[in-house]
Write a protein that binds this ligand. Structure first.
Ligand code: DHK
Length: 157
């Protein structure tokens, strides 16, 4: 049985499409889910969103026991939650941290993500399309048809 890829979304992302469209675009979270499922092909996806820090931690614990990889947009918790970082540190398989906006070009408060310490890689600024790239990377790192990624040594120790 192929282990699923968990795609986890943090606070306020349920409002994608209408929330600050000049920063986050018009793509809704439902459309983001469709992009992820298309990019995953046959690979099963668990796609979830919560405004709750505790809920996101519980889902990461669940992923520790049954997932092939994690794609996570922790949203504002990226900059505040050591608890989510600690949960991600328990996960041994690939983790791709994703931000729809390029956080490094934004205000100071958005520039230093704690989560990157646990991530295999970080995608920021590709808009909703970044999710498809992230899912594709996990599929390949987790043993899917790894034409591109197989030669990439993940720096995670
Ligand atoms: C989403 C958020 O909600 C913000 O708090 C982050 C991230 C950026 C995004 O670009 O997807 O700063």
């Amino acid at each position: 049985m192929t282990k699923p890829i968990y795609v986890l979304n943090g606070p306020n992302l349920n409002r994608l499409g209408t929330r600050e469209p000049e920063i986050y675009g018009r793509t809704t979270l439902v459309q983001v889910e469709a992009l992820c499922r298309q990019a995953a092909g046959e690979w099963p996806i668990e796609f979830r969103q919560s405004n709750s820090e505790a809920q996101l931690i519980d889902w990461i614990h669940e992923a520790v026991d049954r997932a092939a990889g994690i794609v996570i947009n922790p949203a504002a918790y990226s900059f505040t939650s050591i608890a989510i970082l600690d949960a991600l540190k328990m996960f041994a398989a690939p983790i791709i941290e994703i931000h729809i906006s390029n956080i490094h070009r934004r205000e100071e408060i958005y520039q230093r993500s704690l989560m990157s310490r646990a991530a295999t890689a970080v995608i920021a600024g590709l808009g909703a399309k970044g999710y498809a790239v992230a899912v594709r990377a996990v599929v390949e790192l987790a043993g899917g048809d790894g034409a591109v990624m197989s030669s990439v040594e993940t720096g995670r120790t």
